[in-house]
Design a protein around this ligand. Structure first.
Ligand code: FAD
Length: 486
């Protein structure tokens, strides 16, 4: 451990953010980097406690006290080696992970947690700057071929690990670029796309082949993959959005969040936007849904110059901080003010949408809403709601973005052709830790298996599924696992 008294001497600090007024003028990331001494002090706050719960709090099993110590000693090669032994893409998680590790940091019992996520980002960016992140081409190839379907974080992690094990990996992606939601969902102000492209470049140099504009099930049939590859990893994500089938849903002006966000990510990258242009400029915008996707719509609407932005959530307002009602360690189920909310947005909870209101030309002009009152169970969990009498009203709106989550993966095409069994939620059935589907030599990882989740879980599943594929093909595996005994 770097400095025994560090946690007593230094307070938690984060790098400064660009001011909301400045950052809504562009799509560049809002976070800046630490000055050198600040980073050192933050790493020194790690207590190297007896049982580092942060390990198990992190879905990747990141070895956090050890890399904090290396950062404190400014031993960048060691810090990078430790971090990259459990995480293929710290440049993604270091920017956009909700950091469950920090929610399990023991220092968090009575002081703010160690700023693990920022330290992670700094390790990887310093490693890149120092030329430590180099393509590693396997010395021996096994001759076994693997098709990875989907280039989101789960597919990328599986591909990177299987390539490392010496197999011949081809990633099929229906979009024109790699990255999945990192590329065409998450806005640049959270994750600039050169960060994704820099990693793809390294993977290509390591030997991973990417085939773009190729939807498996349409441009290439599942049977062809079964015939031509020794194993298949399904990592197609959870792509079917939850609808809000209220009257007026078909009015022009009501869109799924991803229709809006994907277009803007393309514009920022100066790529062609196909179909009807969806813009918030000069409009009264309503975002329905209070998660990451909703707040990304808020940030994007602000940057496009919306007239007003309101975000509704059907659920009641969550507690403002974990100490209010949750014991330590906790997961981030608390009221979150994201950078997008800081930039300006009205937020309301316990609001239900009754109707989308339009004019005679079929254009959206407003939204009819009503306040609801939640009944809770003995644990305080909301179970049932009733409308508040007299609270019904119509708000002006020319754009509504539906950001109410994703239901399950697309079944038409790939999954139907393969005939894989689905679970009761409609995701691909493959037991956690095993990742084998009901079809021989077909494995599944990430949101397609687990349902809508987080980047850190997608990477974790991609890595663990890769181990199972390697075992299946080679009879053994030397790929790392977060569970040493598995
Ligand atoms: P995806 O990232 O969805 O990638 C799946 C890929 O498979 C896509 O590129 C798709 O085109 C491709 N594909 C699908 N079917 C086929 C096929 N048949 N043939 C070829 N290709 C196919 N998580 C966080 O941790 N932090 C955040 O801040 C955050 N923000 C988010 C913001 C938004 C707007 C959204 C929608 C999600 C966000 N998430 C966030 C969640 C996170 O992005 C996902 O959990 C994660 O990307 C899932 O990874 P995946 O690899 O399983 O799937």
């Amino acid at each position: 451990m770097g400095k025994i008294t560090g946690f007593k001497e230094f307070n938690r600090e984060l790098p400064s953010k660009r001011s909301p007024e400045e950052r809504i003028q562009d799509y560049k990331e809002f976070n800046t980097m630490f000055a050198a001494d600040k980073l050192n002090n933050q790493a020194a706050r790690c207590m190297n406690c007896g049982i580092p719960f942060c390990h198990s709090g992190c879905p990747l099993g990141n070895i956090i006290p050890e890399f904090n110590d290396a950062v404190y000693k400014e031993n960048w090669e060691e810090a990078y080696t430790i971090l990259s032994s459990t995480n293929n893409f710290p440049e993604f998680t270091g920017r956009i992970c909700p950091a469950p590790c920090e929610s399990s940091c023991v220092l968090g019992i009575n002081k703010p947690a160690v700023t693990i996520e920022e330290i992670e980002k700094h390790i990887i960016e310093i490693a890149y700057a120092k030329g430590l992140v180099k393509p590693k081409v396997p010395l021996i190839r096994s001759g076994k071929t693997i098709a990875v379907i989907g280039s989101g974080p789960a597919g990328l992690a599986a591909a990177a690990q299987l390539n490392k094990a010496g197999h011949i990996v081809t990633v099929f992606e229906r979009d024109d670029r790699a990255g999945g939601l990192l590329r065409y969902g998450i806005p640049d102000f959270k994750l600039e796309k050169w960060v994704v492209e820099r990693r793809i470049q390294i993977m290509q140099e390591e030997g991973v082949v990417f085939k773009y504009n190729t939807e498996v099930g349409v441009h290439i049939l599942a049977d062809e993959l079964l015939r031509d590859f020794d194993a298949i990893v399904l990592a197609g994500g959870s792509t079917i959005p939850r609808n809000l089938p209220a009257p007026g849903r078909d009015l022009k002006g009501v869109y799924y969040a991803m229709q809006f966000l994907k277009q803007q990510n393309k514009r920022v990258s100066e790529l062609e936007v196909q179909g009807e242009e969806i813009l918030a400029t000069g409009k009264d915008v309503i975002v329905i849904g209070g998660g990451d996707t909703g707040s990304d719509c808020v940030g994007t609407s602000n940057r496009q110059g919306a007239k007003s932005i309101t975000q509704f959530e059907l659920m009641p307002v969550p507690p403002a901080s974990r100490t209010e009602s949750m014991p330590w360690p906790t997961y981030p189920m608390v009221l979150k003010t994201t950078s997008s909310h800081e930039e300006g947005c009205n937020r309301s909870w316990s609001v239900n949408t009754k109707e989308f209101v339009g004019d005679e030309n079929g254009n959206l002009t407003g939204i009819r809403i009503v306040d609801v009152l939640w009944e809770t169970d003995v644990f305080g969990r909301p179970v049932k709601f009733a409308e508040v009498e007299g609270s019904e009203r119509v708000l002006p709106a020319q754009r509504v973005f539906l950001a109410m989550g994703f239901l399950f993966p697309q079944k038409i095409g790939l999954l139907e052709q393969l005939g894989v069994e689905l679970d009761e939620r409609g995701n691909v059935r493959a037991q956690e830790g095993v990742y084998q589907t009901s079809v021989n030599k077909v494995f599944a990882a990430g949101d397609m298996r687990r349902g809508q989740s987080l980047v850190v879980w997608a990477i974790s599943e991609g890595r663990e599924a890769a181990r199972r594929v390697d075992q299946f093909l080679s009879g053994y595996t030397s790929l790392e696992s977060k569970d040493a005994e598995s």
